[in-house]
Design a protein around this ligand. Structure first.
Ligand code: NAD
Length: 386
């Protein structure tokens, strides 16, 4: 529906001024306000943001939450900037977006290289531009905030938690004992590190992990808690004691039951899919599989839990945060987890049912059918103005 491109100047620590480019693509708000993450990445392009925004529309429609789809971000490599510079970049971007975002209109959230701290800066900047009387009713302009600033318990792990609820259900249906299973995880940020921790808590061995800095493997399993400490300290999983470094190809061909891609798009392709030696791909990332890779996964008999289903936990708990802010409520973690499980498994069942009704149709197409049927029904009911 709308594509917003902003160019904004920010003063660096050195005193020099740098001009950044930011995007917000608002794909569809038929089912509710625009909703989607903000990504800070040097390669971010309007095309990528368009794709990510579109998936958000379908994801919210599939999850049955009253949101539309959007996505945005800044072309920036955050590793090259100080914390103070990143704060100024975030605040100036928020200011540049102005009324293009809003608690009942378009609600950003964390994505690659953004986190609860960045959401707190967005809230504070948005607030600062509001009359004092209006501020409290704008708490839900952004989700994924720190708990103290109106965030929701369990939001940090929510995407991975939703993924693990889906994997558990798949494992039940496919006679896989997660207590004896193994997994490989690509990306060790929010989604990947939490997926590894939550799977390890079920007894699943994490046998290989890859991030932007490299890949590691250990047949006996990697302790994700200790690895998270190491990654926080060193900025990468590489060099974690008790593991051996492996190449990208070795990482992908590590035998395991489950592969969790939780990094960037187009990782499973015509070239890389044949390397995989897993039973299930549980898509934590958005768009980790390209069409050629998808076809090969089908030919190879590797099952897929598609992104718009498998990683919907983040936006579902984002919706819970938004609701709590609107109603001045605060739910506890048990309540959040129980509601998340109910919502994501309802979507899972709909996808399974559609797949069965269509003669074993692949889950990705089935998920698109469920999501787009919902949108189609609304368009039919409302018609096109004028
Ligand atoms: P993050 O910034 O917390 O972590 C990203 C991780 O990916 C880092 O460990 C980074 O080193 C790694 N990475 C980057 N490029 C890589 C490459 N080329 N090869 C291997 N690893 C690489 O980001 P995140 O929030 O965990 O998001 C990861 C994916 O999950 C993205 O596709 C995002 O859109 C999707 N997602 C995130 C959420 C959320 O709640 N954060 C929700 C739904 C989907």
């Amino acid at each position: 529906m709308n594509e917003i491109v902003v160019h904004f100047p920010v003063r660096m620590d050195s005193g020099e001024v740098e001009v950044f480019t930011g995007y917000r693509v608002q794909h569809n708000n038929t089912l509710g306000p625009f909703k989607g993450g903000l990504r800070f990445h040097p390669d971010l392009s309007i095309d990528e943001v368009r794709a990510l925004a579109t998936w958000m529309t379908w994801k919210c429609a599939l999850a049955g939450i009253p949101f539309g789809g959007a996505k945005g971000g800044i072309q920036i490599d955050p590793a090259k900037y100080s914390r103070a510079e990143l704060e100024r970049v975030t605040r100036r971007f928020t200011f540049a977006l102005g009324d293009a975002i809003g608690p009942e209109y378009d609600i950003p959230a964390p994505d690659v290289n953004t986190n609860a701290q960045i959401m707190a800066w967005i809230l504070d900047t948005y607030w600062s531009t509001m009359p004092a009387h209006d501020r409290q009713r704008c708490m839900h302009v952004v989700t994924g905030k720190p708990i103290e600033s109106g965030g929701c318990p369990g939001r940090e792990k929510a995407t991975a938690q939703g993924l693990v609820f889906c994997v558990e259900r798949w494992a039940e249906d496919h006679a896989l004992d997660l207590g004896k299973a193994s997994a490989i995880v690509q990306g060790f940020g929010n989604v990947g590190s939490w997926a590894a921790r939550l799977l390890a808590a079920k007894g699943t061995r994490i046998v290989a992990v890859e991030d932007a800095g490299g890949a590691i493997a250990a047949a006996d399993g990697i302790d994700p808690e200790a690895l998270a400490d190491h990654a926080r300290r060193e900025g990468t999983v590489k060099g974690f004691p008790g593991t051996r470094p492996v190449t990208h190809e070795e990482f992908l061909s590590t035998a395991a039951d489950i592969f969790v891609p939780a990094a960037m798009e187009s990782q499973i392709t015509g070239e890389t899919a044949p390397l995989l030696r897993v039973r299930l791909v549980a898509e934590g990332a958005n768009g980790p599989t390209d069409p050629a890779g998808d076809e090969l996964l089908r030919d190879l008999g590797i099952d897929v839990l598609p992104d718009i289903l498998c990683n919907a936990g983040g936006v579902i708990v984002g919706y819970f945060e938004w609701l709590q802010n609107k109603r001045s409520e605060s739910w506890d973690l048990d309540e959040v987890d129980a509601k998340l499980k109910k919502k994501i498994l309802a979507a899972y069942r709909q996808v399974e049912q559609t797949s069965r009704e269509r003669g074993g149709l692949d889950r990705r197409t089935a998920a698109y059918i469920v999501a787009l049927s919902h949108l189609q029904a609304v368009y039919r009911e409302r018609g096109i103005f004028p």
